[in-house]
Design a protein. Structure first.
Length: 249
């Protein structure tokens, strides 16, 4: 665990902010000291994690309690994320959030020796040789997203293709482009096109879109047989589809 901000220390009504490393993610939480006897951990609908602790309770005791509940906290955050409203048009300025694989990361702009994007400790760090103007930040982020999309989409396609190759179908060629109304499509000549924006969604959503399109190798239309095949591979595909629609509506 790593403290990221110190507002006050163990004073009634004051709070201290921390960051917990859990798996491949970072969970920010705020400890609020109040006149109470027990510790309470709450995840608010906006994703904020608030820990209400008794005045005088040791920091180590609090951190251990939070660590033990990390799995539950992560699940609650993921649950509430599906109900978040559509992200308004991005301005590419410091402090706003951007989605990557279903999670939101805050943008930090830096002036450095080279242009680049780095995702670490729960933040997008975008460095520019010149002043980090919005148009430059947008370009750098889009190039970073495109590179990650190629990697992730190829990984999922490679994982799902063997089943369909076993049915006698060739692995489709992958193409990535921005589409207004579709997440993916499969052409008659064997080209799988995936929306570049799909990289903003969680890994299971990407898997759903790829699998959906691969099912079109066997069934060209959305027939009962098509959905039977899809469900045999992804039994909870409907929930994942709904999650995708909520995340990137």
């Amino acid at each position: 665990m790593m403290r990221i901000k110190h507002v006050a220390d163990n004073d009634p009504g004051k709070s201290v902010s921390y960051q917990l490393s859990y798996g491949n993610q970072y969970i920010d939480y705020r400890v609020l000291y109040t006149a109470r006897k027990t510790l309470e951990i709450a995840v608010h609908p906006d994703g904020e994690v608030v820990v209400k602790a008794p005045i005088g309770m040791a920091e180590d005791s609090i951190s251990q309690r939070v660590k033990r509940r990390a799995r539950w906290i992560s699940r609650q955050i993921t649950y509430f994320q599906q109900f978040l409203p559509y992200t308004p048009p991005r301005q590419y300025v410091g402090g706003e959030t951007h989605l990557y694989l279903g999670r939101r990361y805050r943008l930090k702009l830096l002036k450095g020796e080279a242009d680049g994007v780095k995702l670490t400790h729960g933040y997008f760090f975008v460095s520019c040789k010149q002043d980090p103007k919005p148009e430059k930040v947008r370009y750098l982020l889009e190039q970073w997203y495109l590179e990650k999309a190629r990697e992730k989409y190829s990984e999922v396609l490679a994982a799902r293709s063997p089943k369909f190759e076993g049915m006698g179908f060739k692995k489709p060629r992958l193409k990535i482009r921005r589409m207004k109304t579709r997440w993916g499509s499969l052409s008659p000549n064997g080209v799988l096109t995936l929306n570049s924006r799909l990289i903003h969604a969680s890994a299971d959503c990407i898997d759903y879109v790829v699998t959906h399109e691969l099912c079109h190798l066997k069934y060209g239309v959305h027939s009962p047989a098509f959905y039977q095949l899809l469900e045999s591979i992804l039994p909870e595909w409907e929930k994942t589809k709904l999650k995708l629609e909520h995340t990137l509506a």
